[in-house]
Write a protein that binds this ligand. Structure first.
Ligand SMILES: *Cc1c(COP(=O)(O)O)cnc(C)c1O
Length: 389
């Protein structure tokens, strides 16, 4: 081993001692169930940690229907270049057309939500821009802000008063010509939903403000057509940059931006993570398009998921426990790390695959067990979990 690696070895040792060492688990998926390989045994459990919120990724019949409609031998498994060179297959155009029809605005697709969030803000901002973000935004947006030349501020989670104060200060600063407010629609660790109406009002009140909303956890799940929280709050046209991902409820992979045409054109000319990366395989685009069209008709699944989420949350509150969720992401906050770990172990032993979430992922003193529901679950399957809370 190179002597230059010693500091990495030492750091990994520290992580192991702090119980914060990460590694890939050996997993097998079978419908709703997941089998996890532990050192001394394998455990098969109901998967309550997946982002497959509509349960579409687990449905064999959908895959079969897709393959019947799009036989494999007609598919391309690589685009072999960036979209700006030879990678712009018609599958891209078709998916964007589907998005344009659904949202009633222009759209642009990215290889992943991560590519999307690290690329958009650096492309659209400069030294005269200010980015103001919620303190709990996703790591991909934080990295995008770091890559940008903009000035930056953060506000306490969902604290609109503090946000407005920051806007007022920036409105008086002549060196700032654009203020980008950045939030998520549903935050993945608390499961709380952002009041997008209030954000739109703030944006409309101050002339320099543009609004960036990441709806990764809302798309597919909220809105009559599943277009996400922006549809739910009826503000699709009031959000300058409405982004989301296909990798969660939509059972695929990739990111999308809903925006005005000029923004799309500008990003195609300036966004580095779009320009300098091989475009996603056309077969993935075709699958995303297939799912996105189907998803719009799944009102019943969405309603069922909301009912389940409501039942679980009620049961948590009845036990006097703390749960900030308004959505299908339902954390039970226990506070101390060891309690969250112990509870998660008890639930896993009873056949529920839930995971403890600890600092630094969440604030000190708010360790929790995070339960992610999906529309394929029935109340009878999760009721035994209520007793273990
Ligand atoms: C998952 C997630 C992303 C990243 O999307 P990927 O397609 O997985 O790269 C971005 N933003 C939020 C809020 C997310 O939850």
């Amino acid at each position: 081993m190179s002597h230059l690696y010693q500091s990495y070895v030492d750091h990994l040792e520290v992580l192991k001692q702090k119980n914060n060492y990460r590694f890939f688990k050996k997993l097998q998926h079978d419908g709703q169930m997941i089998t996890v390989q532990f050192p001394h045994q394998n455990k098969t459990m109901l998967n309550l940690s997946s982002n497959d919120y509509l349960g579409l990724a687990q449905r064999r019949a959908l895959k079969q229907q897709f393959l019947d409609e799009y036989p494999l031998h007609t598919q391309h498994f690589s685009s072999s270049s960036s979209r700006l060179l030879t990678g712009n297959f018609e599958e891209y155009e078709r998916l964007e057309h589907t998005l344009n029809q659904a949202f009633g605005r222009d759209s642009l697709i990215f290889n992943s939500g991560y590519h999307m969030n690290i690329g958009i803000l650096p492309a659209l901002t400069n030294q005269n821009s200010l980015i103001i973000s919620d303190e709990l935004i996703h790591a991909s947006i934080i990295d995008g802000i770091r890559l940008s030349k903009a000035k930056r501020e953060r506000y306490l989670h969902q604290d609109l008063n503090q946000l407005e104060q920051l806007i007022i200060t920036a409105m008086q600063d002549d060196t700032i010509d654009k203020i980008f407010i950045v939030t998520e629609s549903i935050f993945s660790m608390d499961g709380d939903m952002t009041d997008l109406t209030a954000f739109v009002q703030l944006k409309q009140k101050y002339s320099k403000v543009l609004l960036y909303v990441d709806d990764a956890h809302g798309v597919g799940v909220y809105g009559e057509k599943g277009l996400g929280c922006a549809e739910h709050f009826n503000c699709i046209h009031d959000i300058d940059f409405l982004v989301g991902t296909f990798g969660k409820a939509l059972a695929s992979v990739g990111g999308y931006l809903i925006c005005d045409t000029v923004i799309r054109d500008y990003l195609i000319n300036t966004m580095r993570s779009l320009i300098f990366s091989t475009a996603q395989a056309p077969i993935n685009m075709a699958w995303t398009d297939f799912i996105f069209q189907k998803m719009q008709q799944y009102q019943q699944k969405r309603q069922h998921l909301q009912q389940l989420s409501h039942d679980l949350k009620q049961s948590i509150l009845q036990r006097g426990l703390n749960c900030p969720s308004d959505s299908h992401i339902v954390p039970v906050i226990y506070g101390e790390n060891h309690i969250a770990i112990e509870k998660a172990n008890i639930m896993q032993d009873a056949g529920f695959y839930v995971l403890p979430i600890r600092p630094p992922t969440v604030a000190v003193g708010t360790a929790r067990v995070r339960i992610c529901l999906n529309a394929e679950l029935n109340l009878s399957q999760i009721e035994p979990l209520f007793k273990l809370l």
